[in-house]
Design a binder for this molecule. Structure first.
Ligand code: PEP
Length: 253
């Protein structure tokens, strides 16, 4: 049975004092997650080990990096290697967020390498895909996302694929307050799963958690997460408010 995941993406927000309080407030709600559920917090790099200490011992609460580099080590000033994340106990890493793709020119090919680095280091990547508004308006979103998946994931073995979480995030819905409808989300998630099934078989595709991201809020999470192929969410803005993210975690199937 695939995992249901509430993933927070703090982006470049919050001081550590603010972040720590946010985590503590969320943990204070005492939500006990089932074997099948996970809450993961994508925090800024300087907070990774500090945040990990706050959630340590809380079953199925975990910390994610927001990015890592596509090389193992070397003269890449300012970059963070997947192996470094592993060495301080971090188990998840967001890869290919649309903001990284747009502002830092991350290509599907580069992201394929980042996935390799994560998997070599035992880090579960949360791989983001999704189309811009113009592509959605042209009606070519399925083909566009299929290409993202093929170019970044299809070199992986079935075993490796099973270690990946996918987040479908339509760019037109990120930070805009314009959420995809449950029909739009379900349709694309089913499409992603069928693309994976065509390459790896239905049984493998069925094991992959596919999160929806794009203006997930406390008041729409339950509807979105109830879609059969939506296995939780990757959440930006609403993950910065304890009460909202608590509700979002409680909305997991
Ligand atoms: C995100 O940052 O991945 C995101 C989906 O942001 P928001 O929830 O604010 O739209």
């Amino acid at each position: 049975m695939r995992k249901q995941i509430a993933a927070a993406n703090w982006k470049m927000n919050l001081t550590w004092a603010e972040g720590k309080k946010l985590l503590e407030d969320i943990l204070a709600a005492g939500i006990s997650l089932t074997e099948n559920q996970l809450a993961v917090f994508g925090v800024p790099s300087p907070y990774l080990t500090l945040a990990d200490a706050v959630v340590s011992g809380k079953k199925n609460y975990s910390i994610a990096a927001q990015n890592c580099y596509d090389k193992k080590s070397g003269a890449y000033t300012g970059e963070i290697a997947a192996g470094m994340l592993q060495s301080v106990g971090i188990k998840y890493c967001i890869i290919g967020h649309s903001e990284r793709r747009e502002y830092f020119n991350e290509s599907n090919q580069m992201l394929a390498e980042k996935l390799n680095r994560c998997l070599e280091s035992g880090i579960t990547p949360i791989f983001c895909c999704g189309e811009a508004l113009a592509i959605r308006e042209a009606g070519t979103q399925n083909k566009f996302v299929e290409t993202q998946l093929k170019e970044s994931l299809f070199h992986l073995s079935a075993e490796q694929l099973k270690s990946i979480v996918i987040a479908y995030e339509p760019i037109w819905a990120i930070g805009t307050g314009k959420t995809a409808s449950t029909e739009q989300a379900q349709e694309m998630h089913a499409c992603v799963r069928s693309v994976l099934a065509a390459k790896y078989g239905a049984a493998v595709a069925d094991e992959i958690s596919i999160l929806y991201g794009g203006s997930v809020k406390a008041n729409n999470a339950k509807d979105l997460f109830s879609c059969p192929d939506v296995d939780g969410g990757l959440v930006g803005g609403a993950s910065l408010v304890a009460a909202d993210f608590i509700t979002i975690i409680q909305s997991l199937k």
